[in-house]
Design a protein around this ligand. Structure first.
Ligand SMILES: *Cc1c(COP(=O)(O)O)cnc(C)c1O
Length: 385
């Protein structure tokens, strides 16, 4: 089976993990945690990094750090992972969904502007599949309405956004929000196995995130005025994360090479839409994705099943948050129609694209996909030339 994504540990990973074990520093009190926080915050151009146990935990800490609660609205895309809504709903606040921009698959910024109300407290843009969301209009809205931005950059390690506000400057994703969040899950570009981080330039918010991560301990010890979490990251995970961060440029090069290979191999295949690209964004091909044209008489799930039968693992696109039974059971999103999100969910597919993938495997995936699509075409009676 060609896996959808396997991490590649080719640098100091083993040395650093061995050091944790040799020295006995395996909990969150070890030095790799602070080194990883410093390295990642520096890389993204933010003042503070607070390492946590997952990207989901990072979102929850970010929402709580802003003290969002009942009645507060957070605008987010429907086309994203459950973690985004989860963080907001768990805080008792309200997720407000907008559809995707068909040009980026990220949230549609015009719809965000239309969704702002007097109860809106924060925007939660997500850089989907390693393509930056269009942040300038969101930052403008945030300034106008005094909103926070929680930038979910879990899929956007190393991506850059060309901001045209106050003169042009390239900013790393994760360096744009009031708070930004990352995941270091095994399939993310920088992987700690499991892990996450919150970044911010605010001393106060960073302090709050640190406190929330660690049960809101205070002085005197074992006395708590607030409810926190145990979302600490271990030194062993941070050791992996730090070693991966040191190699991020290599990982990015490899991912971009895989993306360029796929782009070339699919360039002449009718009915296959390649991943979004814009000149104001540098992408990382976190998950190389395709969207099947409407005239192909098949669904992405059927193509996935055929690829699986031929030894190729794929990953379906996100299911819209407005379709999640766990959220609808709370009376949210009844009769919602979000056509772009629904189209992407039905027609989109992520292909193998981990950094350990070889050029030969990329070619094999492309050849197999083309042959699966050719079968579909002849079955649907479309001309086969
Ligand atoms: C992976 C991911 C998360 C969640 O990260 P975990 O570490 O798996 O909890 C959150 N948001 C986005 C956009 C992600 O891709």
């Amino acid at each position: 089976m060609i896996p959808i994504s396997a991490p590649l540990f080719a640098g100091n990973e083993l040395e650093y993990v061995r050091d944790c074990i040799a020295t006995g520093w395996v909990s969150s009190a070890g030095r790799y945690v602070t080194r990883f926080e410093r390295a990642w915050a520096d890389y993204c151009g933010m003042k503070h990094g607070v390492a946590v146990s997952s990207g989901t935990a990072a979102l929850q800490v970010a929402v709580d750090a802003l003290r969002l609660g009942p009645g507060d609205e957070v605008i987010m895309p429907a086309f994203t992972i459950m973690s985004c809504a989860l963080a907001v709903v768990r805080a008792g606040a309200v997720p407000v969904l907008v559809d995707s921009d068909p040009q980026t698959y990220c949230l549609d910024v015009d719809q965000v502007a239309a969704a702002v109300t007097s109860r809106t407290r924060a925007l939660m843009p997500v850089h989907i599949y390693g393509h930056p969301a269009d942040m300038d209009p969101l930052m403008e809205l945030a300034e106008q309405h005094d909103l926070a931005i929680i930038e979910d950059a879990a899929e956007a390690h190393g991506c850059e956004y060309l901001s045209r506000r106050n003169g042009c400057r390239r900013v790393r994703c994760g360096g744009l929000g009031t708070l930004s969040t990352f995941s270091f899950y095994a399939n993310k570009l920088v992987s700690a196995g499991e892990g996450g981080m919150v970044l911010t330039n605010s001393d106060q918010l960073a302090e709050r995130c640190r406190s929330l991560r660690n049960l809101c301990f205070q002085q005197p010890r074992f006395y708590h005025e607030e409810l926190g979490y145990n979302y600490r990251l271990s030194n062993v995970q941070a050791a992996l994360g730090l070693a991966q961060t040191e190699r991020l440029n290599e990982i990015l090069d490899r991912k971009r090479r895989i993306g360029a290979l796929y782009d070339g191999l699919f360039a002449d295949v009718a009915g296959v839409k390649l991943p979004p690209r814009h000149d104001w964004a540098s992408v990382n091909y976190w998950m190389y994705n395709i969207v099947l044209a409407d005239d192909l008489a098949t669904e992405a799930s059927a193509v996935a099943a055929q690829l699986k039968a031929r030894g190729i693992e794929t990953r379906p696109f996100f299911v819209g948050l407005h379709w999640q039974p766990a959220l609808r059971a709370r009376g949210l999103f009844e009769n919602f129609r979000l056509p772009v999100t629904e189209h992407l969910s039905r027609r989109g597919l992520c292909l193998p694209s981990g950094p350990a993938l070889t050029d030969q495997q990329v070619a094999e995936v492309a050849t197999t996909l083309k042959s699966v699509l050719a079968t579909t075409r002849s079955l649907s009676g479309a001309p086969s030339h």
